[in-house]
Design a protein around this ligand. Sequence first.
Ligand code: ADP
Length: 484
Amino acid sequence: MLMLKNSSLFRQQCYINGIWSDADGGETIQVINPATQEVLGLVPKMGSAEARQAIEGADAAWKAWRNKSAKERSNILRRWFELIIENSDDLARIMTAEQGKPLSESKGEIAYGASYLEWYAEEGKRVYGDTIPAPSRDKRIVVTKEPIGVCAAITPWNFPSSMITRKVGAALAAGCPIVVKPASQTPYSALALAVLSEEAGVPTGVFSVITGSASAIGGEMTSNDLVRKVSFTGSTEVGRLLMQQSAGTIKKVSMELGGNAPFIVFEDADLDAAVEGAMASKYRNTGQTCVCTNRFYVHDRVYDEFCQKLVNAVGKLKVGNGFDDGVTQGPLIDQAAVNKVEEHVADALTKGGRILAGGKPHALGLSFFEPTVIADATAEMKVAYEETFGPLAPVFRFHSDEEVIDQANDTEFGLAAYFYSRDIGRVWRVSEALEYGMVGINTGIISNEAAPFGGVKQSGLGREGSHYGLDDYLVVKYLCMGGI
Ligand code: ADP
């Protein structure tokens, strides 16, 4: 059983309008620890009726929340942030148990997730308006920003806590209530956040967490007239569906979708730094992040040396249960995830790929997979155009800047890209040529609360984090004053 200092953080009920509730018919979903396949517990299997209740409660809470001063909202968000930090050991344990990532990564995510609440507690005080010189003498133009209204969020299992705080911090700071449906694989991190929100004094209905049927809850969230904005992080396929469903009531949508990140190593790169960045970008969360490198492009002149250094670094990874000391690679989330990595490996091998490390399910069984490196990757392989979402690094060879930029951009995705070079002219040229929302230059880690996270093309719409992230929860109002 999961040992916690504060056992009240482990809740098996939903938090709707300030009430801890079960599904009407008592139906439940099992939550499994992917490292052991043990049942961790149950959560309610709710549907559209309960989603409607949560949305109506949010609407009822909206007026009082928006009428608070920014500073009053800030104090509550700040208190919530502090409680998360105080309870970070327990929150990390809950995350590792349901998601599988190593405990050190879970601790990192809790701190990272909390940083969004801290950031927006401050940034919410700076929702400035505008005055615009009017074209006629008797008029004045004033622009104010107001909360968009009731928001709904659907979040994924790969970052069970921070994908929630990143949305909720901005929504609450802007003056919006929000209903969240976490992924069914990882609901306990979300419910623990709700426990602490209650303690922090987030008013009833301003933040609700509902677990259950994705299609029923998502259907209600996207069709209910009271919801003004839907924010989603997950696959492009589901994002497309939610956008279609939201069209009926013309909701604003924010979409953080799939990626197919290229990682380019130019011939002038610091190779040791590039390998360090490659390891962080590829193998963090066992390759299950939307900004994980999917394709390595390495210049012909440094190809063999880079591959050798990468293989050496991969050899130091330790696969196992995220609770065990020294483990750096947890299990994949489920068997379907393993099947996809296996399929990509098999496809690469039939098309001339060469395994330099790993290549098969790990001896530990279950959903553990060996950290894998495949050389001689080509554009015909699935790894070139599909997101693997696992610990597989295919390494492509290139000869010129033009060639590699074309290849890097040859995808319908445009979330994150990375490259290593020490030539300042090339750094500018390549940064400008890459069709991506985020570019890591001489670094494999780009996410933080102060920067705008988001993609272009089919990787999504909108930005999270930074002051741009707040704009996504605000609407502009223009006041025209006449007769002056
Ligand atoms: P992944 O492939 O990473 O699991 P998904 O897009 O399937 O990503 O899931 C991300 C989130 O979207 C989860 O909370 C999941 O429950 C939810 N989801 C999946 N299908 C639907 C749907 N039809 N409507 C609404 N939400 C959905």
